[in-house]
Design a protein around this ligand. Sequence first.
Ligand code: SF4
Length: 291
Amino acid sequence: MIPPVRFLESTSLGHVCRLAGVADSGRFFSLLSEDNQPPAGPIGSLFVPAPRRSVCISARFSVPQRLELFDATIAELTPRLRRMRSPHQLMAALRWSMETMDRTFAEAPPGVRAGVACHSGCSSCCHVPVDVQAHEVLFAADHILLHFSPAELDRAIAQLAAHRGRVAAFAPGERDASRQPCALLQADACSIYAGRPQPCRAHHTSDAAVCSAHLADPAIDITQVYIPALRARMFAVMYGVDQAIEAAGYDERSYDFGSALHEALSNSFCLVAWLRHQSAFPDSCLSDPSP
Ligand code: SF4
């Protein structure tokens, strides 16, 4: 029997609007289409590691295709995580994960990719809160430490500190609707493109004008320009990565990207804590720090 549907609403990257979560053999099923209507096609299913990230998947991408991507990601990543003993092995596993997301986009049907409006210089989606897990923060921090000059690193830390201060001042519930440029955004381009977190890689839309309008007015429904067939592929891989990491016993909490990244760049113990299966970042970096 299907339990009552519940909805999670959010406009932040990584939290994707409406979730209908029902348990089935330990898995959560996402049953609704993105316009909040019962799907026209076959009902879809995808594991959702609630409540860390919520998902909204269209029924237009078949269940076997989604689960295949999800299961293949877990099957490849799990042994890598089991063998992992060092930061170097961690970064190799995460690099594989990020490259898999990029490859999943590249291997989407040409007709699906043709509908993507995202282009260089368009940064509307870089002004909304980004929810991530600790491994994505550690991957971004590693990218910064490898590629930024000392001056660029100082500037990034200062901008991340300012971001963290603004987020810390939000009243409960205020962060989700907030709009501020990501601290890593430079001249409307991502300054850590190869090291950006999973939600940034998974996010595409079909109409940049709607993104821009949504930025000015959060009441405008951004989900109308999501590309369901592409989103389903990308989220299947993203949740596969998350699930493998959670199953291996690593930190799976949802963090505010900028706040946690500031901590990662200021405190080398974060990586050690993660490798020891502890919480990598303090509660103040959580995307929702309220008890
Ligand atoms: S990390 Fe890069 S892609 Fe993601 S929100 Fe920040 S600037 Fe944009």
